[in-house]
Design a protein around this ligand. Structure first.
Ligand SMILES: NC(=O)c1ccc[n+]([C@@H]2O[C@H](COP(=O)([O-])OP(=O)(O)OC[C@H]3O[C@@H](n4cnc5c(N)ncnc54)[C@H](OP(=O)(O)O)[C@@H]3O)[C@@H](O)[C@H]2O)c1
Length: 517
């Protein structure tokens, strides 16, 4: 699109330019706090959380008065914990020039176990000391970077130690960050919510889906509701189908233990795909504010038409990869991966056709698909519009007029592409499909937050738009639980094998029709 860079630059208000120039990724004030990471010796802390905290510190995205406590069972002192985190930074490729600043703010607190009450009493004392030392105003952020079966114990102990209480006796706010998975079915999700709510109230709980923090996922709402021209056609009158894909080239990697229990529906559909679905289909909230946005998401989940479990195969195709070749390298099949049972029936691919029973979406098929070891890594939302109602060119063109298509690439291609018909240049009258292409980063040179940096900032700010609310979570599980139960029972749907490096099982075509995958 000619001249687009200039247009974008001209449209930027001074205040935005100033903020970008300063390198600060945050608008608004960040309140001081002490952050406690439970399970700080683990993979998530080393690979994601700590590098994200360090990056934020380097670019001014952390409050000035801030301290970090790593809490775990590992036998170590603060120096050893610092060394563990320093190595994590080296491994993540971060330059260590500001290491001293973050190291000085770190402490390690050893827990005898995650349900050992005296360990939490001692933790409360340490948090109190840091609060005095750093002047953090009694604000506390507790991050559960733990296996999910420990969430309940840690939360109860925090409550019993008085660490969940807010705004009394010198305390400021207290927030709890919970990582997915949030249960493995409706009953366990409810159980988890009950345990969390014994000590924390809903406004204190931040259930992370880091996917939502991707810029391009957030852009779905801005694209839809900050432009007047798309919303009028965003409905069953103009849209023929909607596809949401999260395709990966990676296999199960080192996560076989978890994945064998979860499978693709729990791993990808229950959280990421459902969230993207809600953003792509929800009604406009009256204000861009956490509860109003989440109200609209919940309405979408409530309108999902339950699957007919007796004829589930016409709505769902499951697959599992066998050996093949990805990016020119031979890769093993799923059942040959370390930690996977040789007769495993765990699906690594699923394609679902769902319907939303409301006025806007009645009758529009929505195809959700996700799989491992596919031909290409691609996450996107594709809107197929209906064909023109009547072709006035049929006498001269004698050809089919292809319908418009809007593609919102989420990862790795961060794009918005609109495909439409145009006259082919030249003396003859004929059509060609052309694409208007917008790359998300075009015209922008400022800092870009990675997903964990964004969610950490929002936790510190108390901004819940990007986090699951209890009702939305349970509504999603209400829809998916009968499906996963059906997939795990004796007369489950067939598991279609597909070669690694392909587009998934052929059978998926039967659901989408017209070769659309
Ligand atoms: N890793 C990721 O990339 C990722 C991505 C998305 C979500 N998550 C979620 O984030 C959470 C943390 O993930 P993670 O990969 O960091 O987990 P992890 O490495 O398996 O465990 C974190 C820490 O928890 C403690 N722990 C582990 N197993 C335990 C057990 N059976 N009993 C008591 N303590 C135990 C260990 O610390 P101590 O023994 O020292 O106490 C361990 O270092 C999980 O819920 C995971 O699903 C992780």
């Amino acid at each position: 699109m000619n001249g687009q860079n200039e247009v974008l630059a001209a449209a930027s208000p001074e205040s935005v330019k100033d903020r970008e120039a300063s390198g600060c990724p945050v608008n608004g004030v960040l309140e001081p706090c002490v952050m406690v990471i439970f399970g700080a010796t683990g993979d998530l802390t080393s690979r994601k959380l700590f590098p994200a905290l360090y990056t934020l510190l380097c670019n001014g995205g952390l409050p000035e008065r801030f301290a970090i406590v790593g809490a775990a069972r590992g036998e170590m002192d603060t120096e050893a914990f610092r060394e563990l985190m320093r190595k994590a930074l080296v491994e993540s490729g971060k330059p260590l020039d500001r290491w001293g600043e973050i190291a000085a703010r770190m402490r390690y607190h050893r827990l005898v176990s995650y349900d050992h009450q005296p360990s939490y009493v001692a933790l409360a004392a340490l948090v109190g000391e840091l609060d005095q030392e750093y002047g953090t105003g009694g604000n506390r952020l507790f991050y559960l970077a733990l296996p999910p079966d420990l969430y309940g114990a840690a939360t109860r102990m925090l409550g019993a130690a008085g660490l969940a209480m807010e705004h009394e006796q010198g305390r400021g706010w207290s927030r709890l960050v919970v990582e997915k998975p949030f249960g493995h079915d409706l009953a366990s999700a409810r159980e988890l919510n009950e345990v969390l709510s014994e000590s924390f109230r809903e406004h204190q709980i931040f259930r992370i889906d880091h996917y939502l923090a991707k810029e391009t996922v957030q852009n779905l709402l801005l694209f839809r509701f900050a432009n007047a021209i798309f919303e009028p056609v965003w409905n069953r009158v103009y849209i023929k189908s909607l596809s949401i894909r999260a395709h990966e080239t990676l296999g199960v990697e080192h996560r076989a233990g978890y994945y064998e229990q979860a499978g693709v529906i729990r791993d990808m559909f229950q959280n990421h795909l459902m969230q993207v679905l809600s953003l792509a289909t929800m009604e406009p909230p009256s204000l861009f504010e956490a509860d109003r946005v989440r109200d609209e998401k919940s309405k979408v989940f409530r309108c999902l038409r339950p699957f007919p479990t007796d004829s589930i195969s016409s709505h769902l195709v499951l697959g599992q990869y066998v050996a093949g070749s990805v990016d020119g390298s031979r890769v093993p099949g799923y059942v040959e991966e370390p930690g996977v049972a040789p007769d495993s029936q765990t699906p690594t691919y699923a394609m679902m056709r769902v319907f939303i029973d409301n006025w806007r979406w009645q009758g529009v098929p929505i195809f959700l698909s996700s799989g491992k070891r596919l031909q290409e890594k691609r996450t996107e939302v594709v809107i197929e519009f209906k064909e023109v109602p009547y072709s006035m060119f049929r006498n001269v063109l004698g050809e089919h007029v292809t319908a418009n298509r809007l593609t919102m690439g989420i990862h790795p291609d961060e794009v918005v592409n609109l495909t439409f018909q145009s006259k082919h240049p030249g003396p003859r009258l004929c059509l060609r499909s052309v694409t208007m292409h917008f790359h998300y980063g075009q015209g922008y040179r400022g800092p870009v937050l990675d997903a964990y940096e964004k969610v950490l900032i929002d936790c510190i700010k108390g901004e819940q738009i990007l986090f699951w609310r209890q009702d939305g979570l349970e509504l999603c599980w209400s829809f998916l639980t009968p499906i996963v139960e059906k997939c795990e029972c004796k007369d489950r749907p067939a598991l279609h094998l597909y070669k690694a490096g392909t587009m998934g099982p052929e059978a998926a075509r039967a659901i989408t029709g017209e070769g659309m995958w």
